[in-house]
Ligand binder design. Structure first.
Ligand code: FE2
Length: 323
């Protein structure tokens, strides 16, 4: 892992999902907290309440996870990647906010785009966390707390988890091209990771504990592909209010609410009508590039600090009708 990467990706921007019914996925994602950014005959862009012009890209077709996009720091980085073996020439993005992309395929065949120059928009909502009176830090004096019922306020696309055929091969591939750093590894034996949480290298600037979790497809019946997709919401009330709203809308819960161990996020997972797992989370760990990987034995105990046990079905795309 000492190879100098081609570039250092700054974040993840959006996934590419494919489903047969764009009306149905739009309705699900509105319940989840998104709004329509752009809709064409065969492609739908949805946005959250933050500055990104879209945070989810859905194509019409047979249900499938197609891939995702990284955000780059500069046009130079985009050109450097495009000149690297296996990447396409730079082309304009045909999506809200414009910008440019190059793309490639990872070892499992997932589309990996790298984008630069997408123009931000004014946020759609106030994304400030609600003021709390907690411990010895009281922030709300002389004011009441009133939580408006409704969908979560989605801030951004936060991370994704992939089931991969070979975790070490994926780690090396992503590090060499995009500079991903390892935050925590779960090992079958020393040096044999079966799950690895990786973050973007922003130097001294902190980054999310993980932008991509690579999980061995041994845990998903040998099938590589999507484990889950995840969006950051504004605060813990958004996780709970969002759950109430999705429940009232008769959506399909998967796992939550709990607090993860590795990454520390408060999480809640839901399935779309085709079974793709969509997560709300808040309050994750932030690490700069100096933090070294943590190693943990498999079977380290519960994967949450509190909350329900992880269901057997977690991490696999199972249509609710089949579950
Ligand atoms: Fe997650």
């Amino acid at each position: 892992m000492t190879t100098e990467p081609v570039i250092r990706a700054q974040d993840v921007a959006y996934p590419h999902l494919q489903v047969p019914d764009l009306d149905a996925i739009e309705a699900f994602l509105m319940d989840f907290g998104m709004t329509r950014a752009d809709r064409r005959a065969d492609v739908l862009h949805m946005r959250g309440s933050g500055s990104a012009p879209f945070v989810h890209l859905i194509h019409q077709g047979a249900p499938a996870f197609l891939g995702f996009a990284f955000t780059l720091a500069s046009r130079d980085d985009l050109d450097r990647l495009a000149a690297t073996e296996g990447f396409t020439p730079v082309e304009a993005l045909d999506s809200p906010g414009g910008g440019w992309k190059t793309s490639t395929r990872d070892p499992d065949g997932n589309l990996v785009e790298a984008v630069f120059g997408i123009s931000p928009l004014a946020p759609l909502a106030d994304l400030s966390p609600r003021l709390l009176n907690m411990g010895n830090d009281f922030r709300r004096i002389g004011a009441v707390q009133r939580i408006k019922a409704g969908p979560s306020r989605i801030k951004r696309f936060g991370h994704l988890a992939l089931n991969v055929a070979n975790v070490p091969a994926s780690l090396a591939w992503y590090h060499q091209r995009f500079g991903l750093l390892q935050s925590d590894r779960v090992n079958l034996a020393p040096g044999q990771p079966v799950a690895a949480f990786t973050r973007c290298d922003r130097g001294a600037e902190p980054a999310d504990h993980h932008s991509i979790l690579f999980a061995s497809s041994m845990g998903s019946g040998g099938i590589a592909g999507l484990n889950h997709l995840s969006w950051e919401v504004c605060d813990i009330d958004d996780v709970h209010a969002g759950r109430e709203y999705l429940t009232a809308r008769r959506r399909t819960p998967e796992w939550g609410i709990g607090r993860h161990l590795l990454g520390s996020q408060v999480f809640d997972y839901w399935r779309d009508p085709w079974g793709h797992i969509h997560e709300h989370w808040t309050d994750g760990d932030q690490l700069d590039a100096s933090v070294l990987p943590g190693d943990h034995p498999i079977g380290l105990g519960r994967v949450s600090q509190w909350g329900p046990d992880m269901p057997e079905t977690f991490g696999r795309t199972i249509a609710p009708a089949e579950a």
